[in-house]
Design a protein around this ligand. Sequence first.
Ligand SMILES: C[S@@+](CC[C@H](N)C(=O)[O-])C[C@H]1O[C@@H](n2cnc3c(N)ncnc32)[C@H](O)[C@@H]1O
Length: 235
Amino acid sequence: MPLRFPGSGRTARDAVHHPLFARRYARFSTVAETRLGLAGVRERLLAELTGRVIEIGAGNGLNFAHYPGTVAEVVAIEPERLLRHRAREAALRAEVPVDVVPGCAEALPVKSEAFDAAVLSLVLCSVRDVPRALAEVRRVLRPGGEVRFFEHGAGGGPAMRLAQRLLDRTVWPALNGGCHLSRDPVAALCDAGFELGCCRPVRIPASGPVLPHSYCSLGSARRPAPAPDEPPGAR
Ligand SMILES: C[S@@+](CC[C@H](N)C(=O)[O-])C[C@H]1O[C@@H](n2cnc3c(N)ncnc32)[C@H](O)[C@@H]1O
């Protein structure tokens, strides 16, 4: 069960507040589902998931339609008010039970080891503190639990990487809800102690111009399970 704040529906102080970005994302992300092929990526991201799932930074809930029937319940954390509202609408149309909850990745409002899987899609670029967010994901996953991720990050040749870093230090985060282009989400998952499973590069859009946010990774990782002779909570 998510731990709710009093006066549910809002975080105590709305940890993330990007109303202009939220409106723009809600509009363009739905178009990108078909035009940029994101619906197909979401389908692959979530295929064969089972049990209780936590989705971090669910946005307007575009993943919800792609959860397979083997998922028992999704707790979807979304700090931005407008996107959370849209996510709640999407949850009503979903085929699996989805509970949309306010909160942010750096302090997930749920109990430890309560989930079989966690979903990170296009969110590590935006969280303020990636190591802290991933430590939280690790806390709420059961040992052996899986992370499914679809994230964009640093990529391309030296000129593109320089452009990504320059944009990160100037206009990009302010214009895009705190998004950063030059992070390395796969390295961050490894640094946080997850065991990397399959991971493949995905370019978005698959054809046409390469953009600073085209370099994506789609894959899975696991919270290590303790060895049989290890005490509980050792990993
Ligand atoms: C680019 S959108 C992606 C939304 C969704 N995951 C998707 O795949 O379409 C980034 C999302 O991260 C959320 N976000 C930003 N900072 C966050 C944080 N600290 N904790 C959790 N979510 C955050 C934003 O509110 C937004 O919904």
